[in-house]
Design a protein around this ligand. Sequence first.
Ligand code: GTP
Length: 200
Amino acid sequence: MSDNDQVEFIYKVLLLGDSSVGKTCFLKRFVDGTFQEVYMSTIGLDYRLKIMTLPDSTKVKLQIWDTAGQDRFRAITKNYYKGAHGIILIFDVTTPKSYENVKNWMSQIQESASEDVTVFLIGNKIDDEKNRKISHDEGKKAAAEYNLQFFETSAKANINVDEVFNTLVKEIHTKALQNEHNIEERRLEIGKQQKKKKCC
Ligand code: GTP
C-alpha cells in the first residue's frame, strides 16, 4: 500500500507575506530539503504536496500553497484563503517593511480566511545576524497582538522550518478532530430531540 492510500486527512496551508521574505525557500527547505540563493519571484500561485505522519501514526497530506508577495497578485491569492486550515505568515527580520506589513496581512486574513484558521507568525532569515533589524522581542510582540504562535527561522541554515510545520499540523489536526467531535455531538442531540417530538 502506498503512503497516498493511507492518508486520512488533507489539510490546506498557505504561505503569506511580503515579496522576498523567503516563502518559496521556506517551502523548498521543507519539501525538498534544499535552499535556493537566486531570487525568482513567484508568479501567482504554486503548490506542493507533502505527506506527514503524526505522533499517533495518522497520515495527513499537506497541500501547501506558495503565494506571490507582490501586490499585483493580491486578488488571485485572496481567493485561496477560504478553504485554508493553516496560514504561515512570514516576515524577514532584515527588512522592517515586511514586519510593518504584518498588520496589513492580518487584516486581509481576518477579512478573507475562515474564522478557525490557525495562523503562525514567522521571522525568517535569522542566519543573517549582521543585517538583522527586527529583534526576537519585536516579533513576539506582533504575534502576541494577534494571539499567534511565533517562530524565528532560517530557510537557508535550516533552523526551525520542520518545527513550524510539525507544530502547525498538530494544531490543525487537533482542531479538525474537535470539530468532527462537535458535529457528531450535535447530530446526536438533534436525533434525541426528534425522537422526543415523535414519541409524545
Ligand atoms: P515572492 O515570490 O516574490 O513572494 O518572494 P518569496 O517570499 O517567495 O522569497 P524567496 O523564497 O524567493 O526568497 C527571496 C530571497 O531571499 C532569495 O534570494 C533567497 O535566497 C533569500 N532567502 C530566503 N530565505 C532565506 C534565509 O533564511 N536566509 C537568508 N539569508 N536568505 C534567504
